[in-house]
Design a protein around this ligand. Structure first.
Ligand SMILES: NC(=O)c1ccc[n+]([C@@H]2O[C@H](COP(=O)([O-])OP(=O)(O)OC[C@H]3O[C@@H](n4cnc5c(N)ncnc54)[C@H](OP(=O)(O)O)[C@@H]3O)[C@@H](O)[C@H]2O)c1
Length: 264
């Protein structure tokens, strides 16, 4: 259960919120009393999700700067404020060795994973947060802290998002807090190719004995967005079931990397 943490009546934008982690974040924010605006590319999914949450939504890609401006305008018009921004939408492509990565796909990874969060923060800052304050949470990845097979573009872009988080935290203080959450392997469509083929084996290599659920990550995002974290900015909250400390837990090969190595 999520405490309201001072989120009652606050307005929140969650990108990529029709399924997976973003959906869980939007659901918990709404459960805490926040007014929620969801985004994603599929218009039917956006309409359905907004309806389920009693909120609003706008279909479009975060890669489109005009969409980001429209989201900001919509939220200000409908809710009269923008207190929370969760940059969650992302792409984990292109897979494979960087020497073979298509330059356009590489650029798209940075457009979606790094440029879009910055653009949306700028929109929210200019429209509301710069004057009234707010909280931004960027969804990064546990993998941004190290290298891994086949995910060079994703990891590099998420490492950039992690740096962007800290830079903005300094630049936007004290009005706006900017933090990130870095999930380990979570049961969502994006990571299905990693966990579905042998979940038990993957879970056995994790100190906390299971892969993550979207709700695990959402609780951390909501906490950082809330007044409970009012003296926290520039932080990265790792929510990974112990992935990063697994070397002290088991000497078994890391099953996630084995899956990634074989995936194109
Ligand atoms: N799952 C994991 O194991 C894991 C681990 C570490 C970090 N993460 C991070 O967690 C976040 C959420 O991932 P997830 O696993 O929950 O993904 P997911 O289940 O695939 O959901 C992605 C959501 O984002 C939307 N989306 C995708 N591309 C978009 C775009 N260009 N513009 C707007 N919306 C877009 C999707 O809807 P449409 O397709 O309709 O656009 C969907 O609502 C991402 O930042 C990801 O990097 C996930």
């Amino acid at each position: 259960m999520t405490s309201s943490y001072g989120l009652e009546g606050r307005a929140a934008i969650v990108t990529g919120a029709t399924r997976g982690i973003g959906r869980a974040v939007a659901g918990q924010l709404a459960g805490a009393g926040a007014l929620v605006c969801v985004t994603a590319r599929d218009a039917d999914d956006v309409r359905r999700t907004a309806g389920e949450l009693g909120g609003i939504g706008l279909a479009g890609s975060v890669a489109d700067p005009a969409h980001l401006s429209r989201v900001t305008e919509l939220v200000l018009r409908e809710f009269g404020r923008i207190d929370v921004l969760v940059n969650n939408a992302a792409t984990n492509q292109p897979y494979g060795p960087l020497m073979e990565a298509d330059p356009d796909a590489w650029r798209q990874a940075f457009t979606v994973n790094v440029e879009a969060p910055l653009r949306l923060v700028r929109c929210a800052w200019r429209a509301w947060m710069g004057e009234h304050g707010g909280a931004v949470v960027n969804v990064c990845t546990e993998g941004a802290g190290h290298v891994g097979p086949s995910v060079g573009a994703y990891g590099t872009s998420k490492a950039a998002l992690l740096h962007l988080t800290r830079q903005l935290a300094g630049e936007l203080a004290p009005k706006v807090r900017v933090n990130s959450v870095s999930p380990g392997l979570v049961r969502t469509d994006m990571a299905r190719f990693v966990w579905e083929p042998g979940e038990r084996e993957v879970a056995a290599g994790l100190p906390l004995g299971r892969i993550g659920e979207p709700e695990d990550v959402a609780r951390a995002v909501v906490w950082l967005a809330s007044d409970a974290a009012q003296w926290v900015t520039g932080a990265d909250l790792l929510v990974d079931g112990g992935t990063r400390v697994r070397a002290a837990y088991t000497s078994a090969p890391y099953a996630v990397h084995e899956r990634l190595r074989g995936h194109r």
